[in-house]
Design a protein around this ligand. Structure first.
Ligand SMILES: Cc1cc2nc3c(=O)[nH]c(=O)nc-3n(C[C@H](O)[C@H](O)[C@H](O)COP(=O)(O)OP(=O)(O)OC[C@H]3O[C@@H](n4cnc5c(N)ncnc54)[C@H](O)[C@@H]3O)c2cc1C
Length: 333
């Protein structure tokens, strides 16, 4: 049986830098590796990785494996698998962590199948069982109405981690780590999917996942206009972004990219306004990690009030403009 050691992060890049989920995974992985007194490893796959490897060390990695190849420029499962499968077999990590992202959702199950091991998706917390030295994984179940704790005997253990569930370490450029150029010869004949075209989503304002304030509207807004006017005005005032529950996205009132929840984006801003949103568990699954939730709803029995720290019972048409006006006065004072 292989001697499993260390925690391996499958990192992601965004515009040549580490993606924020990767810095969060490194923060969490550092703690797990310290508890085990083993190394924190990070695999960066792509083209022109350069500075991101140094960043990975500064955020906590002991060893960074840099796999560069023209066919690894964009995430594609068959080519990434050739790298990860080989590296995992060489370094035998105890656990492999990746983000609950487009890549992680696709790659995690594939890698688990390839390695004939287990996978826990969308983890909110990870720790090490001091007796068995295995990874203990906490994840939501029953549409986020409960959390369950899992562990597994199959090695290595694989987990995908929800964005913003973990905190990155403070960047420390004086940290020492090893950057290893991991030579790969990707067999392109085994790559079954080809990216024909990449269409960049038009960035309108701040990215939802990065916004410190989110003003989210639900079906109760009745149509697309309030998203562009009433909600946008409040979001702009607070340097925030507009989001939506699923029905407005399904109805085409807003772009699908604004949809928050179990099947949409998972967000954790400092402040989350839920306006005319009933608070179904599939919606709150995407926003319950927000630091403060303020609900505005005309129905005093709406479930969202159970999630919210502050609530206003009233029609959004009256409450939101009044709130925006008051905030403007306070901010101008
Ligand atoms: C498998 C599955 C996955 C799902 N994934 C998601 C997901 O990712 N995200 C998601 O959001 N949903 C998701 N849903 C749908 C979810 O179950 C709910 O149907 C949805 O969240 C309801 O959206 P809502 O709160 O905007 O609308 P509603 O439930 O219709 O609520 C509208 C609210 O607006 C209030 N209201 C109406 N008029 C006003 C007014 N003038 N002023 C103030 N308040 C007003 C009402 O009192 C009501 O509470 C999923 C469902 C399933 C089955």
């Amino acid at each position: 049986m292989a001697d499993y050691k260390g925690i391996l992060i499958c990192g992601e890049l965004a515009n040549g830098k580490l993606a924020s989920i990767t810095t969060e995974l490194l923060g969490c992985g550092r703690k797990l590796a310290d508890d085990l007194k083993e190394d924190l490893l990070c695999l960066l796959t792509g083209e022109g990785i350069g500075e991101a490897a140094k960043e990975a060390v500064a955020y906590g990695a002991d060893k960074v494996y840099v796999a560069e190849h023209a066919s690894l420029k964009e995430y594609e499962a068959d080519s990434y698998m050739q790298v990860a499968d080989r590296l995992v077999k060489e370094v035998s990590p105890r656990a492999i962590l990746m983000g609950q992202t487009f890549m992680g959702r696709d790659f995690g199950p594939r890698l688990a199948f390839r390695l004939q091991t287990s996978l826990a998706t969308d983890c909110l917390d990870l720790s090490i069982d001091p007796q068995t030295r295995t990874l203990v994984q906490t994840r939501p179940v029953y549409g986020s109405n409960a959390q369950a704790v899992f562990t597994g005997e199959a090695m290595p253990q694989i987990a995908t981690v929800r964005s913003k569930a973990m905190s990155p370490l403070e960047r420390d450029d004086s940290r020492k780590g090893e950057i290893i150029s991991y030579k790969v010869d990707v067999d392109v004949s085994k790559v079954r999917i080809k990216t024909l075209e990449t269409i960049k989503e038009e960035a309108v304002g701040m990215k939802l996942e990065d916004a410190p304030v989110i003003v989210c509207g639900g079906r109760g807004l009745g149509g697309p206009d309030p998203f562009q006017t009433t909600l946008k005005e409040l979001a702009d005032l607070l340097n925030g972004a507009v989001g939506a529950s699923r029905p407005p996205a399904d109805n085409g009132w807003v772009s699908e990219a604004l949809h928050i929840g179990l099947t949409g984006k998972i967000v954790a801003p400092d402040l989350y306004f839920a306006i005319a949103v009933s608070g179904a568990s599939q919606h709150t699954a995407g926003c319950s990690s927000s630091k403060h939730i303020i609900a505005i709803n005309k129905d005093p029995e709406a479930n969202i009030f159970r999630e919210a720290e502050f609530g206003v019972v009233g029609k959004y048409e009256e409450v939101v403009p009044a709130l925006t006006k008051k905030l403007k006065e306070l901010l101008a004072a």
